[in-house]
Design a protein around this ligand. Structure first.
Ligand code: ZN
Ligand code: ZN
Length: 268
């Protein structure tokens, strides 16, 4: 892999405090990456200022790896993220996290044992991400609570949930992603559960046919995980992705550069 677009810095409470700009860039170079994306959660105030500091650090940085600045924002409603992307002017791109039920305190569904409710919830959150201003769907269909259930808590099994997801609804969602020019992330999280991996492989194949691009991201929270895709490397190889199938933040920047012109035309 040449690009790892999902690496958390120390600003994210879940990342190790050693995840500084310098440490990440050094590890990325060691891993043979050309590009690394520094993304953080907005779980404490000041993400905008942190990103300005990262931007300054990369201006003076000399090395083989290019650093992008991004954010991983939870989907909280219809076309709505935890904070509006406009509040992060230094961010090159935004990842939409549709299923971070481990960080949201309220239960995501009323009946935790009901696979249908879960299936509907997962799909609704993915659908809500479209048009939110995000460029990439982070770890689609992955929910920490379902892959690592809390002992003693009875939850629907992930395989049963995936079986309840209607293919026609996935197709409609993928078509809306294609229309919006949004990318899908491929991360090692896709391979944390066998059923999830085969389900996702089907989704990714359909997405590729529709011309949807793929963002590769490790979701690293520690230096050793940067650029490490594990089993996801085989998944990516099986999908036979070409350079044009792979998303880069340059697409987000180009789209932004086009926006003011579009507005002028609309204004007439
Ligand atoms: Zn995430
Ligand atoms: Zn993450």
């Amino acid at each position: 892999m040449e690009r790892d677009l999902h690496v958390h810095t120390f600003f994210s409470p879940c990342a190790e405090p050693t995840m500084s700009f310098e440490a990440i860039l050094e590890a990325a170079a060691r891993a043979g990456l050309y590009e690394v994306g520094l993304v953080d959660h907005p779980h404490r105030p000041g993400l905008d200022r942190h990103q300005v500091a990262l931007d300054r650090a990369r201006e003076t940085h000399r090395g083989p790896v290019h650093a992008w600045i991004g954010a991983e924002l939870e989907v909280v409603g219809f076309q709505r993220l935890a904070i509006p992307p406009s509040q992060l002017p230094a961010a090159d791109y935004i990842l939409a996290a549709a299923s971070h039920y481990d960080v949201v305190r309220a239960p995501p569904v009323i009946h935790l044992e009901d696979p249908f409710e879960w299936a509907d919830r997962l799909m609704s959150d993915l659908e809500n991400a479209v048009g939110s201003g995000a460029h990439v769907i982070a770890h689609p269909f992955y929910a920490y609570v379902l892959v690592h259930p809390t002992p003693g808590v009875r939850l629907a099994a992930l395989d049963d949930i995936l079986a309840e997801i209607r293919p026609a609804r996935v197709d409609r969602w993928l078509e809306s992603l294609a229309r919006e020019g949004m990318a899908l992330e491929i991360s090692p999280r896709a391979c944390t559960h066998l059923g999830l991996e085969s389900f996702l492989e089907g989704v990714y194949r359909k997405a590729k046919q529709l011309g949807i691009q793929f963002a590769t991201g490790s979701d690293a929270h520690r230096v050793g995980a940067i650029g490490a895709f594990g089993q996801a490397e085989q998944l990516i190889r099986r999908l036979e992705l070409g350079e044009r199938d792979l998303w880069s933040p340059t697409y987000a920047i180009r789209a932004r550069a086009r926006t003011p012109q579009t507005n002028t035309i609309r204004g007439h």
